[in-house]
Design a protein around this ligand. Structure first.
Ligand code: ATP
Ligand code: MG
Length: 253
């Protein structure tokens, strides 16, 4: 991987890009994943590249929902695999979730490569592809009968809107990580974390370490009080405020 000086003002963003490029070379990340990441970065930029209050709220509700679930599953694609493998392992252990590979640009070779990649981090991976989610045409319909098929809660980072819709139609609660609060995914999910996955996952690991010992009633209260429409509206406000601040700086340097 190319060495990037720590002092570079865009250090985190450049390291992330290098990881994704490396992922493409390994056959783990799809080329299209680079484009999707670019869209994400744009929104991160106009959100100030920080984990904001609305994201923290969603992250806390997501951890609570996973801790309360019977069969929580973390669905991993080629971007998630290379960006947050260690945190995926930790989070799955803390909330007792299964990890399943689910990709849009599907080939058996690519799934195998992602599986091998994650197993090197000590993650037990589901990728049997022995079941289908009815009503979905893309390869994301292919699921594991021990994972997403029977899941009650699915964490789907960097998801696309149509599968999110189908998961919901199959009666599952969906948690999305999506920097774009306007996307179909963001509006369709039960809990939308408008944050960069490279910040969201470490934060959720931290929260899960604390919350795993909490009483069920306390977790349930967090989930019940959570309002996704409000959180998305706050994210849009966050963008508006950030843009106004920058506008002010431009006019009064
Ligand atoms: P939809 O189909 O839901 O309307 P879309 O077509 O924009 O949305 P895709 O391109 O299918 O979505 O998926 C990529 C989404 O993931 C983008 O909305 C982007 O904002 C988000 N994304 C990409 N990289 C990251 C990241 N590192 N952290 C969080 N979100 C990200
Ligand atoms: Mg899409």
């Amino acid at each position: 991987m190319k060495k990037i000086p720590k002092s570079h003002p865009r250090y985190a963003s450049l390291v992330t890009r290098e990881k994704l490029v490396e992922g493409v070379k390994l056959g783990v990340t799809a080329m299209q994943g680079l484009i999707a990441h670019g869209r994400g970065e744009t929104f991160d930029y106009i959100l100030g590249e920080k984990t904001r209050d609305f994201a923290l709220k969603a992250e806390r509700a997501a951890v609570a929902l996973m801790l309360l679930a019977k069969h929580p599953v973390i669905s991993v694609n080629g971007n998630t695999a290379v960006l947050v493998p260690e945190e995926t392992k930790k989070l799955a252990e803390l909330v007792n979730a299964k990890v399943e590979i689910n990709v849009f640009h599907h080939t058996p070779e690519r799934v195998e490569k992602i599986k091998n990649y994650l197993e090197r981090y000590g993650i037990e991976v589901l990728a049997a592809g022995d079941a289908e989610l009815e009503g979905l045409e893309s390869a994301r319909r292919i699921v594991d009968s021990r994972g997403i098929l029977i899941a009650d809660v699915v964490l789907v980072p960097l998801e696309d809107g149509d599968r999110c819709e189908i998961l919901k139609r199959h009666g599952k609660k969906v948690i999305a990580v999506d920097l774009n609060p306007l996307s179909r995914t963001a509006r369709m999910a039960d809990i939308t974390i408008v944050d960069n996955i490279i910040r969201a996952f470490p934060k959720m690991v931290e929260m899960a370490e604390e919350m795993r010992d909490w009483e069920k009633g306390r977790l349930r209260e967090i989930v019940e009080k959570y309002d996704n429409s409000k959180v998305l509206a706050e994210a849009v406000d966050g963008i508006v405020e950030y843009l106004k601040k920058v506008k002010g700086e431009l006019l009064n340097p």
